[in-house]
Design a protein around this ligand. Structure first.
Ligand code: ADP
Length: 287
């Protein structure tokens, strides 16, 4: 009888502890939600004055009959470029905090996949030329033209991956390959309802690569593979975490294979979702 009493006593203790833990978890979720909301509002407020800075500094720098000395015109250009960097950072923080606050809604609509290669050509061939890198984009003929996703967010992911590839590559080549992929391949990590078909978009570079022990880290916000990266290459360490979040909200996933000194391969798997994302189930023993 004594034993039963003791067991009951322990059970009560456990229940109390469990309730306390649950209360703490609720508090944490709430405060991180407030944090994200604060960041989102703050970023939004910062954009308004920054837009004036951008417009006015550009006018100063571009207008040749405003009597600015060459040196002062150069200052105006620096203000403009720094302003643009700041705007990019603010937009990234805004996106990430919206995702965290659960306030970023994807808008699924029809996009034309066959236009992606020429679009990327337009955006990246000048930097490829400048850095003397081979740049190829290949789209498999079996990829259907019409793809259902949030085109804006989809483009942002591809552009983040490609910008990184160009940033961290000094010799060799960068390629993008788009091909259809069997659902069976993807269902090892992901179960999605309503996927019409899947594509795999591979961004491959022959750049500096990412050491094995840093490969998980680079998808975390503000993390870079190498502490010296910021000084050497600039950047915020937000691009990949935003890309990963976006990929998830689009029902897909990003995987990474990389070898230091050899190069990196990022693969983006995405479903075509005519009815948007209904249900997602992630299986977490990753690629
Ligand atoms: P950022 O590029 O602004 O630093 P990202 O989140 O896009 O932020 O990338 C995080 C880090 O991952 C980079 O700082 C770099 O260390 C590493 N990284 C990303 N892409 C590549 C790549 N293609 N090659 C080598 N390193 C990369």
């Amino acid at each position: 009888e004594e034993r039963t009493e003791e067991a009951e006593e322990r059970t009560r203790e456990l229940e109390v502890a469990k309730e306390e833990l649950e209360a703490k978890a609720r508090q944490l979720t709430l405060s991180s939600k407030y944090k994200s909301e604060f960041m989102a509002n703050m970023s939004h407020e910062l954009r308004t004055p920054l837009n004036s800075i951008l417009i006015l500094s550009e006018m100063l720098a571009e207008n040749s009959d405003n009597n600015l000395s060459e040196e002062n015109a150069e200052f105006a250009r620096v203000i403009h470029t720094s302003g643009k960097d700041l705007l990019a950072l603010i937009n990234d923080v805004l996106d990430l905090s919206k995702v965290e606050a659960g306030k970023l809604d994807m808008v699924f609509a029809e996009m034309n996949m066959s236009e992606l290669p020429s679009h990327l050509e337009r955006n990246f061939s000048h930097i490829a030329k400048q850095k003397e890198l081979d740049f190829h984009i290949l789209i498999d003929e079996n990829v259907p033209n019409i793809f259902y996703t949030d085109e804006k967010r989809f483009q942002q992911i591809i552009k983040n991956l490609l910008s990184n590839a160009f940033k961290f590559t000094t010799t060799g080549s960068i390629s993008v390959a788009i091909r259809p992929v069997e659902e069976a391949v993807v269902s090892r990590w992901l179960r999605i309802e309503g996927a019409e078909y899947w594509v795999e978009i591979t961004v491959k570079d022959t750049g500096i690569g990412i050491p094995k022990d840093k490969q998980a880290l680079v998808f975390e916000a503000f993390q870079q593979a190498d502490g010296a990266t910021v000084r050497k290459y600039g950047g915020t360490g937000l691009g990949l975490s935003i890309s990963r979040e976006f990929a998830q909200l689009l029902g897909g996933k990003i995987s990474l294979q990389s070898e230091e000194g050899v190069g990196s391969v990022f693969k983006l798997y995405l479903p075509s979702l005519p009815n948007g994302l209904q249900m997602i189930d992630t299986i977490e023993e990753s690629a």
